[in-house]
Design a protein around this ligand. Structure first.
Ligand code: FAD
Ligand code: EPU
Length: 338
């Protein structure tokens, strides 16, 4: 393992922010990770685990050790009447894992096609798209406790999944390195095409027999048409979460703003489309210096060239303030801020 000092992370985060790590290392095995954690030099300094860097905004350099987790491998571990249990190591690219599942007819992750990043970060914020979240297919994960250097197993309940939430984003933040995730994938697929856009895309693709490969392709087409490619424009996907409000807040807002875009939830609350709120505040397509709000998706903040992380952060604060002022709604950042 080569330990680098004062190492640029520009190519390792999809915002393309030129932040530096005091120490940087890539680890490809469990024993390398354990060796790093027990190294006296690194014991008491902050640590940051990096996957694909697609949900992170560096507003400053990282004074500590950045560990890029490159553990690889995808293996079926058992099966029962209904499910295949498939264990993927944290450093596997998420979309490669999805493609592996489709090739082997393991159903359940096709709607999550093309989400950037690695398997290890997928439980972190319970990644979701097009009506599915990883909590729907999650079985368990293994993680290394950074204080004790011991491997612990987390069940579904232990992870406390919520909308873009888990215990690893809250009380256990930076306390564990996720090593592997085991998914419970369906032998018999139930297709989730409830998002209208998927149905429409399948029709446009002239698909006569729906299958997991066709759904995956449809999702990829929709995503490619809507979201900026980080290889072309720096971004980290949705910068904010879609906020949840009570039914009475929703009714009051809808009266004032009949065009409000919202979805009712199982608990009778409403989820508002943050992209709509931000667009109504006039932010869509705006740029401040080299930071901006994407022209097609107001929920996505972008780095057009060499914006600094704190410029993007300050733009996000202005957006938060204006949505609060116009609608009385608090937005919450989805991206991990360093
Ligand atoms: P990173 O950005 O590297 O890390 C994210 C956080 O997880 C950090 O706090 C990091 O310290 C921690 N972490 C990473 N790996 C580990 C590990 N092994 N152990 C412990 N902690 C770890 N997300 C969605 O949910 N749905 C979407 O539809 C979606 N679309 C996106 C579209 C675009 C264009 C982009 C750029 C991003 C999108 N995202 C989406 C966000 C992002 O893809 C996900 O959050 C993804 O899971 C991040 O993975 P990563 O490996 O890049 O994580
Ligand atoms: N909208 C606008 N203006 C905009 C953007 C959106 O009015 O500029 C309205 C439109 O009415 C649109 C609605 O908002 O129909 C919803 O937009 P979209 O379908 O693009 O989805 P989203 O709510 O903006 C969420 C996730 C995405 C996920 C998609 C598909 C969050 C924070 N974002 O976006 O996840 O891919 O749904 O399921 O929940 C991510 O987390 O990084 C991410 C990209």
């Amino acid at each position: 393992m080569e330990i680098r000092e004062n190492y640029s992370l520009k190519k390792l985060n999809t915002f393309g922010i030129d932040a530096f790590a005091q120490y940087f290392v890539e680890a490809s095995t469990l024993s390398e990770l354990q060796e790093l954690l027990s190294e006296p030099k690194f014991k008491s300094i902050p640590k940051l685990i990096l996957g694909g860097g697609s949900n992170i905004l560096f507003t400053k350099n990282f004074e500590g050790l950045v560990i890029k987790n490159n553990l690889s491998g995808i293996n079926p571990i058992k099966e029962d009447e209904k499910y295949f249990y498939v264990k993927a190591q944290a450093g596997e690219v998420w979309h490669h894992f999805v493609l592996h599942c489709i090739a082997n007819n393991y159903a359940g992750v096709e709607n999550l096609s093309l989400i950037p990043g690695n398997v290890g970060a997928s439980p972190m914020q319970n990644i979701g798209a097009y009506g599915v979240e990883i909590k729907d297919v999650f079985y368990e994960l293994e993680a290394l406790n950074t204080s004790t250097n011991a491997i612990e197993v987390f069940s579904h309940a232990d992870c406390k999944f919520g909308y873009r939430e888990s215990v690893f984003k809250r009380e256990l933040k930076n306390k564990y390195i996720i090593l592997s995730v085991t998914f419970k994938l369906n032998k018999k697929a139930t297709f989730n095409t409830s998002y209208g856009a998927i149905e429409k895309e399948l029709e446009a693709m002239k698909v006569t027999e729906v299958g997991i490969a066709a759904i995956s392709k449809a999702v990829c087409n929709i995503r490619n048409s809507k979201l900026p490619n980080p290889k072309e424009i720096g971004n980290a996907g949705s910068f904010f979460k879609n906020p949840e409000v009570t039914a009475s807040q929703y009714i009051a807002l809808k009266e004032k703003h009949p065009e409000l875009v919202a979805y009712v939830l199982e608990n009778s609350n409403y989820k508002l489309a943050a992209g709509w709120l931000i667009e109504q505040c006039g932010w869509k397509g705006k740029t401040i210096g080299e930071a901006g709000v994407h022209k097609n998706q107001a929920l996505v903040l972008v780095n057009y060239a060499n914006a600094k992380g704190n410029e993007i952060y300050s733009l996000s604060q202005q957006i938060l303030d204006s949505v609060k002022e116009k609608f009385g709604v608090d937005l919450e950042r989805e991206v991990n801020i360093i």
